[in-house]
Design a protein around this ligand. Structure first.
Ligand code: AMP
Ligand code: MG
Length: 347
């Protein structure tokens, strides 16, 4: 794993590219970002074009240091300051009221802006060299699995992104925790490596997100973080049985699990990502990409354990699955499945 700094000449070339309005893919500790000069609306629009992302879906502005915050935020409430001081540089994004100079292209037309100080040494080198904000979403096409290695960025964009800074495998592997500090009560918008408990240790009043394991009504949410192969979530108890059903006619099935298989099956590809949440998170997108390329007609993901440590992973998996494919013991979900489902893996 390369986590060292890059030679200054390589950083200088990337900085030059950003200044010329080009797009630069760079590593952060969460996932790889597709970076553009946040002050250049044409460059920012190019990011949306490349990703195929709707213009209303805002980007995160990456800055070198908390000191630059007031250039991007209209006000920095004490709660935001406290969180920044504790977790920056790091995998935390703060949503604040935008400063007037922040382009609406970056914020998706909103009056708020998302800001983060990443810790990855290469991201830090790039930001320091550039001296201003870099707007960057994850370096993948809209709705796809996020990239945690440079080869993933190449898979997504080929030659369309010429400058890719190589920082090795991303240490965390899941997108940042997002906290909105816009209203009186700060709110967790996206779970990540930094948990609600850790946030509350600094700012006790942070509100949690709605439970991620509650059933999603089909069509109410955009499918995200998803491989091309259909993905279903299956309880651990039924996993082998579902694999048996699906492979009965010789179809191939790919499985992402927290344990080894209990029975062998020549039609299945099995990735055991283990039972440690941090290690699983780091493996998740690599695993999904591997399984996506395995030739399977279906990806089955074993439901991950209960508990806060798994919140971010659970969130991404439930978004990657179609709602009707989320299989759990929850009677509400069972009801949803009865209405919309296809009968596989009933608990
Ligand atoms: P990505 O860059 O793919 O990690 O996605 C950026 C995330 O930040 C999205 O989920 C956005 O909804 C969120 N985000 C960015 N800006 C804002 C904002 N102004 N208000 C709320 N969420 C935001
Ligand atoms: Mg993304």
């Amino acid at each position: 794993m390369i986590t060292a700094r890059l030679p200054q000449e390589e950083i200088d070339r990337a900085v030059e590219a950003l200044r010329e309005g080009e797009i630069v893919a760079f590593p952060t500790e969460t996932v790889y970002g597709l970076g553009a000069d946040a002050r250049n609306p044409d460059a920012v629009r190019r990011v949306f074009e490349l990703k195929g992302r709707p213009a209303t879906h805002p980007l995160i502005v990456h800055i070198e240091h908390q000191r630059a915050l007031e250039r991007w935020a209209l006000v920095v409430p004490p709660v935001a300051l406290a969180l920044a001081e504790k977790f920056w540089p790091g995998p935390l994004t703060l949503v604040l009221r935008r400063a007037p100079a922040v382009d609406l292209a970056v914020t998706g037309g909103q009056d708020t802006v998302a800001i983060r100080v990443p810790a990855h040494p290469v991201a830090q080198q790039l930001l320091k060299g550039f001296g201003s904000g870099i707007a960057a979403p994850s370096a993948n096409r809209y709705g796809h699995v996020s990239p945690t290695r440079t080869e993933h960025v190449r898979e997504e964009f080929g030659d369309a992104v010429r400058t890719i800074l190589d920082g090795g495998d991303c240490r965390i592997g899941l997108e940042s925790t997002i906290v909105s500090c816009v209203d009186a009560v700060p709110r967790l918008l996206r779970p990540g490596f930094i948990t609600l408990t850790q946030l509350r240790a600094v700012v006790p009043e942070v509100e949690g997100t709605p439970a991620t394991d509650s059933p999603r009504v089909p069509g109410s949410d955009v499918k995200h973080y998803a491989p091309s192969t259909r993905l279903s979530i299956v309880t651990s108890a039924t996993l082998e049985e579902v694999v048996g059903q699906l492979t009965a006619d010789g179809r191939r099935v790919a499985v992402l699990a927290t344990r080894p298989p209990r029975t062998a099956n020549k039609y299945m590809t099995w990735v055991n990502a283990g039972r440690r949440a941090d290690a699983y998170a780091r493996e998740l997108y690599v695993g999904l990409r591997t399984l996506d390329k395995s030739g399977a007609s279906e990806i089955l993901v074993e439901e991950v354990p209960e508990g806060e440590a798994w919140d971010a992973v659970r969130d991404r998996l439930h978004r990657a699955a179609s709602a009707e494919n989320v299989v759990a013991v929850d009677p509400d979900i069972a009801a949803l499945r009865a209405e919309f489902g296809d009968g596989i893996g009933q608990p």
